[in-house]
Structure formats: structure tokens, C-alpha cells
Ligand binder design. Structure first.
Ligand SMILES: Nc1nc2c(ncn2[C@@H]2O[C@H](COP(=O)(O)OP(=O)(O)OP(=O)(O)O)[C@@H](O)[C@H]2O)c(=O)[nH]1
Ligand SMILES: [Mg+2]
Length: 209
């Protein structure tokens, strides 16, 4: 039995950052192989295996009408002043109408097509509250990918309290909960899956990889 049923996950594209390492551009609107990064992310979330993703939303803070054209509701941060990705998590939890929220950043275009399915397996243990992705990097080390999280929507209250107290780091918050780390290092997993493009040069390297 799958612990999470089809349609029970709302996917959230995180595109609310400053893009400072890309010269301050709106990263989600930069093209990756001819498609804006955020739209590419929307499509990859819609293609997730198992039909687990029902709803989809975009979190952005600039150029909202450009994001609306991608066909999903767009929500800016409710916390002010670019408080970081947790501000996006909070916006998603506030707007989510399903029991689970899956976050994915707009700058990691090759993320796995079975991301939702493999993170969902961590909820076979009924006490799990958050599943966080991890990947083995080129140096052989396993590193968590905190912007890729599947979480129970009833964590909103906890996140509000954490951010109101000034908390900004994702793993500081997830450490307060029953978080299971799911490592994507099986044979056949794409080693580029969690490579993110923080600069235009990194984006071009990923396009040509
Ligand atoms: N909602 C929201 N999302 C953010 C914020 N800052 C970063 N993010 C998102 O978090 C993810 C990881 O962000 P980074 O690549 O570290 O930051 P960035 O703002 O995109 O780029 P830099 O300014 O170069 O660090 C991306 O999907 C960002 O869109 C923020 O203040 N609010
Ligand atoms: Mg990044």
C-alpha cells in the first residue's frame, strides 16, 4: 500500500529568490534549452511518476504575470524582504489544499521524475513528518538537498513559529521534526539530477551536459 495516494501532493515551484549570483535576474524566467526554468520545473512536476502530484503552485516575488502564464496559481511570499526558501515553504503551506506539499527549486532542471514517489515512501512510517532528498556528489559525499522536501501540511503552525522567532535555515527547522533523508544514489540515478544553476555559466554547462 502506498502511504500517499494519487493527487494528495501539491507541488510548489520555488522561484522567489533574488538571483543575485545570476546578476539579480529573475532566475525562473531564464531559458533552459529554450524553456523558462520555472516552466520546465512545472512540467517536470506534472510528469512525476505515480500520479501523486495533484495540484501545482508557483512561488515568485517578481514578474508575477509572466509566471501566471505558466498555467498554475502564483503566490508571492507573505514574509517580507526575501527571507529565503523557508518563506516559500510557508507560502506553500498556507495555500496548500492537499495533505502534503512537495517543494522544488526552479534552478535544478534535471531533478528526478520519481522524486515525489521516492520521498513518499518515507511516509510508510506513519510518524514521518518530512522527507528530504540527498544526493551523492562528485566528491563521493552525500549531501542533503533541503529545498527538495515533501512535508505534511499540518507543519504550518510550526514553521510560522520558527520564522517569527527569526529562523531562516531549512535544516534548522526540519531538525525539529521527524525528518527522513532519502538519498538518490541508486544505479541509474542521474548524477546531474540535483545540480543547480546559480550563475549563467552553470546554467549553460547544464544545458550542454
Ligand atoms: N520564496 C522565496 N524563495 C527563495 C528566496 N530566496 C531563495 N529562494 C528560492 O530558494 C531556492 C534556492 O535559492 P538559491 O539558489 O540559494 O538563491 P537565489 O535567490 O535563487 O539566488 P542567489 O541570490 O544567487 O542566492 C530557489 O528556488 C530560490 O528561488 C526568498 O527570499 N523567497
Ligand atoms: Mg540555487
Amino acid at each position: 500500500m502506498n502511504p500517499i495516494q494519487p493527487g494528495q501532493i501539491t507541488a510548489l515551484v520555488l522561484a522567489g529568490g533574488r538571483g543575485s549570483r545570476m546578476g539579480g535576474v529573475d532566475k525562473g524566467l531564464q531559458n533552459f534549452n529554450g524553456t523558462p526554468l520555472a516552466l520546465h520545473t512545472v512540467m517536470r512536476l506534472q510528469m512525476q511518476a505515480g500520479g501523486l502530484v495533484g495540484d501545482l503552485m508557483i512561488n515568485a516575488n517578481r514578474n508575477l504575470s509572466a509566471y501566471e502564464a505558466f498555467g498554475a496559481p502564483v503566490w508571492p511570499d507573505t514574509l517580507s524582504d526575501y527571507a529565503g526558501p523557508l518563506a516559500g515553504f510557508m507560502t506553500g503551506l498556507e495555500r496548500c489544499e492537499t495533505p502534503y506539499l512537495l517543494t522544488a527549486p526552479c534552478d535544478t532542471p534535471l531533478f528526478p521524475l520519481d522524486l515525489a514517489q521516492r520521498l513518499a515512501q518515507a511516509f510508510e512510517d506513519g510518524s514521518t513528518e518530512i522527507a528530504m532528498a540527498a544526493a551523492r556528489e562528485a566528491d563521493g559525499q552525500v549531501r542533503t538537498q533541503p529545498v527538495f522536501c515533501l512535508m505534511r501540511v499540518n507543519l504550518l503552525e510550526s514553521l510560522v513559529a520558527f520564522t517569527q522567532a527569526g529562523g531562516r535555515k531549512i535544516d534548522r527547522w526540519t531538525d525539529q521534526h521527524r525528518t527522513v533523508v532519502v538519498t538518490f544514489d541508486q544505479p541509474g540515478d542521474d548524477p546531474r539530477a540535483f545540480c543547480n544553476a546559480n550563475t549563467l555559466a552553470e546554467l549553460h554547462v547544464l544545458e550542454n551536459s
